[in-house]
Design a protein around this ligand. Structure first.
Ligand SMILES: [Zn+2]
Length: 404
């Protein structure tokens, strides 16, 4: 099925098939009075001025802004239960120590796969309504083989039932299950869970929460090397709560991404730059926890490609709005609108191993794009907390219909 989007006031997109770091992160192509031709769910042609003669379906964007669909490269969107009391207690001055994860583990273990799907659907539809077309979702609230597989199956079903690309990550090393000694659980992770999760085909990546009070660098290395040996990609929750060496480990293992990085060291930044690892920054979490923001400018100046995600989860960041995170990135991380757009599209896609498939508006890529009620892309972070989405196309299909 063919579709022509015409009357695009501004088309804004990064370019390329891989993550852009340093000055290249701020390079955005903008076209005025533009059009996009979609053929068989993929972008066939992008141009300025009068579109070529066309006989299929036409969508007149009436001067609005068009960008690639946004990509959220870090969420924990599948879970049961809520932590409202913890949220309020923290707001009144209690420091986050991570104990709260086990509250969600208990609720998620009690929930069925069907219940997890039912609970996650409206959360993901709310993300889609705000222009997000690809979402990474981590397991990690099961902490047993059976419950982790249940979460991963729920993610697969959500991907089949919703018009979103969902990327599943196994995060068995999110916390320690209360019923087992630490060393025993790590042994089970390495010898049983990782091989079975890899064999199930339900996860693309393996992630470890490497930080003070969670997994040490040595434990994380052991887990991630095992995951790599079983063919899983590698991600690390790194240096969120302390300067624990997670970024250095991400560089050493050439992880696809290192995520959080609030306390990343200078050596950690150099290690990420050398390895080409994407820094996935999650300023929503720093905002909720009242923590210092990650050093985006230092990372960009060092040539590390920066991506942005929500970290949406029921504890440290009950924030599902990636556009709001883009506002925080401009205000608090001092990123430019150009850098922010690259971070939430191409670089986020690269953090999921999908930069050749999506994340830019170029011929051959999947036709995932958003029509915004805005004239320029700098308005996306500017109009804070508003939903500027006019329409969303996923693989060339209107999945959020044009609205008045
Ligand atoms: Zn996380």
């Amino acid at each position: 099925m063919d579709l022509l989007l015409r009357g695009i006031g501004e088309l804004a997109t990064p370019l390329g098939q891989g993550a852009r770091g340093g000055a290249a992160q701020g390079e955005i192509l903008t076209l005025r009075n533009a059009y996009v031709l979609v053929r068989d769910g993929r972008i066939a042609k992008v141009g300025e001025g009068t579109p070529p003669p066309f006989s299929g379906e036409v969508l007149d964007c009436e001067g609005r802004l068009v960008t690639p669909g946004l990509v959220d490269p870090h969420t924990h969107a599948v879970f049961a239960g809520k932590r409202v009391q913890e949220f309020l207690a923290r707001a009144w001055g209690e420091r986050y120590t991570g104990g709260g994860i086990l509250t969600t583990v208990s609720a998620t273990r009690s929930a069925s796969e069907e219940e997890l799907v039912r609970l996650a659907k409206p959360r993901l539809m709310a993300m889609l309504a705000q222009g997000v077309t690809t979402v990474e979702i981590k397991s990690g609230y099961g902490l047993t083989l059976q419950d982790e597989l249940k979460m991963l199956r729920a993610i697969r079903r959500l991907g089949e039932e919703l018009p979103l690309t969902l990327v599943p990550t196994f995060l068995g090393a999110h916390a320690f299950p209360p019923e087992l000694p630490r060393e025993k659980y790590i042994q089970i992770l390495v010898e049983e869970m990782i091989p079975k999760v890899a064999a199930s085909g339900l996860a693309k990546f393996c992630d470890v929460f490497c930080d003070r009070g969670f997994y040490t660098v040595e434990e994380a290395r052991r887990i991630l090397v095992a995951a790599r040996n079983f063919g899983l990609g590698i991600k690390i929750h790194a240096d969120e709560l302390s300067q624990a060496g997670g970024a250095e480990l991400a560089g050493e293992l050439s992880a696809v991404s290192a995520e959080h990085l609030l306390h990343v060291s200078a050596a950690g930044i150099r290690a990420l730059a050398r390895a080409g690892t994407v820094a996935v920054l999650l300023p929503g979490t720093a905002f909720v926890l009242d923590e210092p923001y990650p050093p985006a400018r230092k990372l960009i100046e060092a040539g590390v490609p920066v991506a942005l995600g929500t970290d949406f989860n029921p504890g440290s960041c009950p924030l599902a709005s990636l556009p709001f995170v883009l506002s925080l990135a401009v205000l608090k991380l001092k990123m430019s609108p150009e850098e922010v757009l690259t971070a939430a599209t191409l670089n986020a896609a690269a953090a999921l191993g999908l930069a050749q498939e999506l994340g830019t508006l170029e011929p051959g890529k999947r036709a995932d794009l958003v029509v915004w009620k805005a004239e320029t892309f700098a308005e996306i972070p500017y109009w804070m907390g508003q939903n500027l989405v006019w329409a969303v196309l996923k693989g060339g299909q209107a999945v959020v219909a044009p609205k008045a």
